[in-house]
Write a protein that binds this ligand. Structure first.
Ligand SMILES: Cc1cc2nc3c(=O)[nH]c(=O)nc-3n(C[C@H](O)[C@H](O)[C@H](O)COP(=O)(O)OP(=O)(O)OC[C@H]3O[C@@H](n4cnc5c(N)ncnc54)[C@H](O)[C@@H]3O)c2cc1C
Length: 369
């Protein structure tokens, strides 16, 4: 067991930290949050400075942590142009990789993952958006809800029903949908609680024609592809959680120290700091453990769900404690944004209840320790 990062990975952490401190100014973070605007210039800068280095997944995790530590809205916006990429890289044809992924990897395109529908996100097998095949094309009707990058992405990998099988999840397939396809419409959703710099939209598909070549992998395997993806992406959501928690903790500690010994000697303040620091350490360790399984090509869905759930809850817990111990000073600083930004982590890519179901089923299926 080794708890050390390599020198190269450490350097990456320093590089991303320096980038975030330089670019994520308090004014910029407040502006994009207030205006609910996607920071396109920042995305370009982070691409040019190679802030996300896909050659090493640990570096991606480190970068997400550091960016979210500075600001989750801006940090997630800078890392999310690739959202869903693994579905094409693991299961897509060479044609799809060349046509779509190359542009994303060159920083020329943005992509998204469209799974959730207006009727509910947790019941993935219940997807209703339907595609029928006609003359070598899929004709798609339906819609998706709460889709990140919804108004800015060039294309989406989308989970769509292609047949009505008795086992509902056997009838789902993944199609690559371009935002330029006739019949595609997206509408920006405003008024989110947190991560307001990220772009969220409703998508509508009205008799939209999708070439057959845009099918990812095989028909009927879409559910499996998306679940495989979630077992990867949940590790990175856990990274967002560690980052938000660490950022809230840093800010609270700064305020406490600035108030002098009389304040920091208060036992309640000390207990709160100890609890916050312990939660962050535990979230980091469980995330790194789950990540080490995944990055060594032995993903463990139970560990991954534990990491995602615990790190998300830690972000919410630490951000709340940070406000409690800093009072008016905290609530009128950017800590209030950390508090708002944390909540989404308990919802997207599997709510905490869904993670608990995965953990419990895994426990019940397994043997004794
Ligand atoms: C800002 C934002 C960005 C998003 N980005 C994307 C995106 O890019 N792509 C995408 O596809 N989706 C995206 N989503 C959707 C997100 O993944 C869903 O919100 C999430 O899956 C939960 O679905 P729901 O909100 O419909 O809640 P529901 O599924 O309706 O759940 C409501 C409540 O019931 C609980 N619940 C549901 N089923 C069960 C069960 N079987 N057992 C116990 N409890 C249960 C849930 O835990 C939750 O507490 C985004 C959402 C937001 C808010």
């Amino acid at each position: 067991m080794n708890f050390e990062f390599t020198e190269d990975q450490q350097k990456m952490r320093e590089k991303v930290r320096e980038f975030a401190q330089r670019e994520f100014t308090p004014e910029l973070a407040a502006k994009f949050d207030m205006e609910e605007k996607y920071p396109e210039e920042l995305r370009k800068k982070s691409f040019e400075e190679k802030i996300i280095d896909y050659s090493d997944p640990w570096k991606v995790l480190i970068a997400i942590e550091e960016l979210c530590r500075a600001d989750a809205g801006l940090g997630i916006s800078a890392t999310v142009p690739y959202f869903g990429e693994e579905i094409i890289s693991l299961f897509g044809s060479d044609y799809l990789k060349e046509k779509y992924l190359a542009a994303v990897n060159d920083g020329k395109a943005i992509m998204g993952l469209a799974v959730t529908e207006p009727g509910g996100g947790s019941d993935v097998a219940g997807i209703k958006t339907f595609a029928t095949k006609k003359d070598g094309k899929y004709i798609v009707n339906g819609g998706k809800m709460f889709i990140t990058n919804g108004t800015i992405a060039n294309f989406f990998v989308s989970l769509i029903r292609t047949s009505n099988e008795e086992k509902r999840h056997h009838g789902l397939s993944v199609l690559v949908i371009e935002s330029s396809f006739p019949g595609f419409k997206s509408t920006k959703l405003r008024g989110k609680l947190g991560v307001r710099a990220t772009d969220t939209a409703e998508l509508q598909f009205n008799n939209m024609e999708v070439p057959e070549a845009n099918l990812v992998g095989e028909e009927g395997k879409g559910f499996y592809y998306v679940m495989t993806f979630f077992n990867i992406s949940r590790i990175f959501v856990a990274g967002q959680g560690i980052g938000i928690a660490q950022g809230a903790y840093d800010r609270a500690l700064r305020i406490i120290k600035s108030r002098g010994a009389a304040y920091s000697n208060n036992e309640e303040i000390q207990f709160a700091l100890a609890d916050m620091a312990t939660h962050i350490e535990a979230a980091r360790l469980i995330t790194y453990k789950a990540a080490s399984f995944l990055f060594n090509f032995k993903p463990d869905p139970m560990e991954t769900s534990m990491a995602k759930k615990y790190a998300a809850e830690t972000a919410v817990y630490v951000a709340e404690k940070a406000l409690e111990i800093t009072g008016i000073e905290g609530i009128s600083s950017d800590l209030e944004r950390f508090y708002r930004d944390a909540k989404i982590l308990e919802i997207w890519e599997g709510t905490s209840e869904v993670e608990k179901l995965i953990i419990a089923r895994s426990i019940l299926k397994g043997g004794e320790n």
